[in-house]
Ligand binder design. Sequence first.
Ligand code: F0G
Length: 446
Amino acid sequence: MERPYSNLRCIGCGRDYPLGEVRYECDACSGLLEVAHDFDRLPPVNGAAWRRLFDTRLGTVAGIHQSGVWRFHELVLPDLPAGEVVSMPEGNTHLYSSKRLQEISRTADVRIKHEGENPTLSFKDRGMSAGVSWARHLGARQVACASTGDTSAAMAAYAAQVEGMRGVVVLPRGKVSMEQLSQPIAAGCLTVSLPADFDECIRLLRDVCKRLSIYLLNSVNPVRIEGQKSIAYEMAQQLEWDPPDWVVVPVGNAGNISALGKGFADLRALGIIDRVPRLLGAQPEAAAPLARAHREGYREHVRVKAKDTVATAIRIGDPVSYDKAVGAVRASGGAFISASEQDIMDAKALVDRTGVYVCPNSATAVAGFLKAREQGIIAAGERVVIIATAHGCKFSQATIDYHGGRLQGVEPRFANRVVEVAASASAIERLLASGPEGPPLRKDGE
Ligand code: F0G
């Protein structure tokens, strides 16, 4: 057999393991593993040639290159034969210019990359396409993940594409949205609900997977990160290979921010871009171990007990990819920041009002960006891309509660109340007669 292009490598001690082995940590030091590619052996050989290759694949209408992950196949999993890829396809998400955010923050260039436009409405489809493809390649019959909702939705959809593969998802009871919960049920996964928070769900599941040899598809699985990296590639390509100064992203288990760091580092190593963006990771105050670690100069590994937050998908106190995330953020000259519930929902209302509908987790990144501007971490002349990680429609209850003034501890400052009138033409007419400047959107004294 040909020598493989990629290995598993410990980020702590550098020890290598074959990529074909199922393992999630280093035997020697328990460090996290990453996939290390021998890019030197790949043709073509310079940045311009790589850019041309990826650009010629844009607009492909058939085959794996129509995917925003597998357009970059050589940099994702070069050892996986093209015929074994499991793809919906995913990626190719829009990069929206946000004039409103530019005005409010007085920043030169602010865009939102909307990963909620993926097939299961979150960014997780990128990593899961790689993870499930590799699971099938290894012959795994069962795949499993613990999840705050989106990972399970993605795994369920991709596992459903593979005949004979069973998905098992473990969810914290009452802590995922109805829309998220419906996804693994619909796609035929074994859906298990525990009276526990996410941190406990993943701890328990890791143990069970080890004992029963079930393939674990949480982002501690380094293959997931390889697919996830494609956000960085795709963003750079959309910006004609001229990356922004900052990329802002909500952080939970910290896989995505680690993947962004690795993705941009790959592009620079290959000469495809000439500098990497700084990374800003945003967490809700209710679950902000990395923001605290940043404030404290990364003196020690911070774990917290996560409290309730509107950003339920990032309600995580002990992120699995902590060390990778800290490494990526520090290497980029970036930061971690936290945002209050009020700031998260205000930021969400602001972006939603522009017609780009985001979820509370994504809004945490928007709030983090606005705070970073206020604090001067991000400068006025800089170019910023904020990653919206999931679609607002996956978390509709938060939107409805906010606009209805029913979100505990949050003032509905930008509420757009539903107006109830009698079922008669005259009642509707009275409401509309005076035009857009007419009656207030809610009755006095309400
Ligand atoms: N945004 C959304 C919508 C998410 O679902 C998640 C993570 C994140 C941000 C944070 O990304 O974990 O890579 O730092 N959701 C995981 C899940 C934990 O189980 O769906 P991260």
